[in-house]
Design a protein around this ligand. Sequence first.
Ligand SMILES: NC(=O)C1=CN([C@@H]2O[C@H](COP(=O)(O)OP(=O)(O)OC[C@H]3O[C@@H](n4cnc5c(N)ncnc54)[C@H](O)[C@@H]3O)[C@@H](O)[C@H]2O)C=CC1
Ligand SMILES: O=c1[nH]c(=O)c2[nH+]cn([C@@H]3O[C@H](COP(=O)(O)O)[C@@H](O)[C@H]3O)c2[nH]1
Length: 147
Amino acid sequence: MIVKTILKTKARGAGVVTISPQASIAEAARLLASHRIGAVIAVTANNAIAGILSERDIVRGLAQSDAACTSAKVADLMTANVQTCHEDDSVALLMKTMTDRRIRHLPVVDGGGRLTGMVTIGDVVKSRLDEMDMEVDNLRNYVSASH
Ligand SMILES: NC(=O)C1=CN([C@@H]2O[C@H](COP(=O)(O)OP(=O)(O)OC[C@H]3O[C@@H](n4cnc5c(N)ncnc54)[C@H](O)[C@@H]3O)[C@@H](O)[C@H]2O)C=CC1
Ligand SMILES: O=c1[nH]c(=O)c2[nH+]cn([C@@H]3O[C@H](COP(=O)(O)O)[C@@H](O)[C@H]3O)c2[nH]1
């Protein structure tokens, strides 16, 4: 199973939810809530990845400076120098990256570094469950065909 397979199973045409690094944390929180997601990618005016902001970063900001953090900029709390993955990467590699780096969201980029998708820990678990279901079906078919 590779990243491309996961992206194909996600809603057709669903793009990546992005935000400007200059937007406020309050705007980012509203975006996360309205899309029911846990992270946004901060992109520059020409769509280059500038960082990633997850709910974890907002919680850290709240712990450090209470509600004042909501008027800070996305750029103040985001992770810059983002670790990314590619469509041809295996899901096993993604699981390792997410576990080793303790991250639950990974942006997908193409060969030119352009943002093409987002994969989360939930997407990875879902793909693994689908794969296990398929394995069980194949085994059942094999056993019933040989009797
Ligand atoms: N039934 C299913 O197909 C899925 C169920 N889930 C469940 O939803 C819950 C939350 O999921 P999490 O993985 O923690 O992450 P999440 O809440 O951030 O992501 C939820 C979904 O939104 C997508 N998403 C997240 N950020 C995005 C962005 N910036 N742009 C575009 N799409 C974005 C993810 O790829 C994922 O499919 C978990 O309980 C998880 O198991 C998650 C993914 C797929
Ligand atoms: O370099 C990175 N590449 C990524 O794909 C990535 N995803 C999350 N993060 C950062 O890790 C922390 C936890 O994020 P999560 O809410 O995704 O678990 C937070 O600090 C996030 O900003 C990333 N950093």
